[in-house]
Design a protein around this ligand. Structure first.
Ligand code: CDP
Ligand code: CDP
Length: 238
């Protein structure tokens, strides 16, 4: 009995010891249709991570502000509207789903209207500021639900949200290849225009941060991209 108890204690310690199982953050940035969501979801599954798609947060806010008829150019109205938004989170499988006023986003956030407006709203510093603490707080959500860490994808994760993340990847691919990928999904998307606005904005522009691992996926399959990332993570976690 004494031996069994010792074993139990050892197992519990191994499970909870921060040295043995440190919380890890994987940041994945890149342009539209570069493969962020697909690769993040697979990594989340493989390493028991919470998947956080920050693009869906910007899309949800954009949808809400369009619904409230608050233009991105009307700063006072935008500030007032943002101050009234209440954010929450619920889990959808391994993914964090943002709630605004208790409601999850619908499929409309992937539609043409949001595609055309999201980068304009995302370029406004007040919009980015409104999401900053919420995004960083996803580490608490991950910990509360027993994940080993989180994989967060977006445009400024490795540069602004988690510059000290254990793993920072930047995905890029030829724009023509990315347009082909979106079309293959049957989705209409102005990816070149969004990339242009996202890369040229003053606050938190889309850029490969110094020290991040840059992966060109133009001629790689999704599986090859994931193997590169997973190999680096697994090697470090050993
Ligand atoms: O899936 P896709 O790469 O096409 O876009 P997304 O990740 O859903 O992001 C939609 C838009 O949100 C981007 O074009 C950016 O304007 C904005 N975004 C951002 O500014 N910062 C982030 N961390 C994530 C998204
Ligand atoms: O999240 P993001 O907008 O960066 O891209 P995604 O939605 O993950 O990927 C867009 C599409 O490209 C998906 O259908 C992927 O299966 C496909 N794809 C890819 O992500 N990576 C490759 N190397 C090849 C194709």
């Amino acid at each position: 009995m004494a031996i069994q108890l010792d074993c139990l204690v050892a197992v519990l310690l191994a499970m909870t010891s921060p040295e043995k199982n440190p919380f890890i953050i994987v940041a994945i940035d890149g342009g539209a249709a570069s493969g962020k969501s697909s690769s993040s979801k697979i990594l989340a599954e493989r390493f028991n991570l919470l998947h956080v798609d920050t693009g869906s947060f910007y899309r949800h806010i954009t949808y809400e502000l369009l619904r409230l008829k608050v233009p991105y150019s009307d700063l006072p109205a935008l500030r007032a509207a943002l101050a009234r938004l209440e954010f929450g989170t619920r889990l959808n499988g391994r993914s964090a789903q943002m709630l605004i006023g208790g409601q999850p986003a619908g499929d409309e956030i992937r539609g043409q209207n949001v595609n055309e407006h999201v980068s304009h709203y995302a370029a406004v510093p007040e919009v980015r500021q409104a999401l900053l603490a919420y995004q960083r707080g996803q580490t608490d959500v991950a910990q509360q639900h027993g994940f080993r860490g989180l994989v967060m994808e977006g445009r400024d994760i490795g540069s602004v949200i988690f510059p000290n993340a254990e793993f920072r990847f930047f995905l890029h691919a030829d724009p023509a290849e990315r347009a082909k990928r979106r079309a293959a999904e049957g989705r209409q998307d102005s990816i070149t225009e969004r990339d242009r606005i996202d890369s040229s904005r003053k606050t938190s522009p889309l850029t490969c941060p110094a020290g991040a691992i840059d992966i060109d996926s133009t001629f790689l399959t999704l599986e090859q991209v994931v193997e590169k990332m997973a190999g680096l993570i697994a090697a470090e976690l050993k």
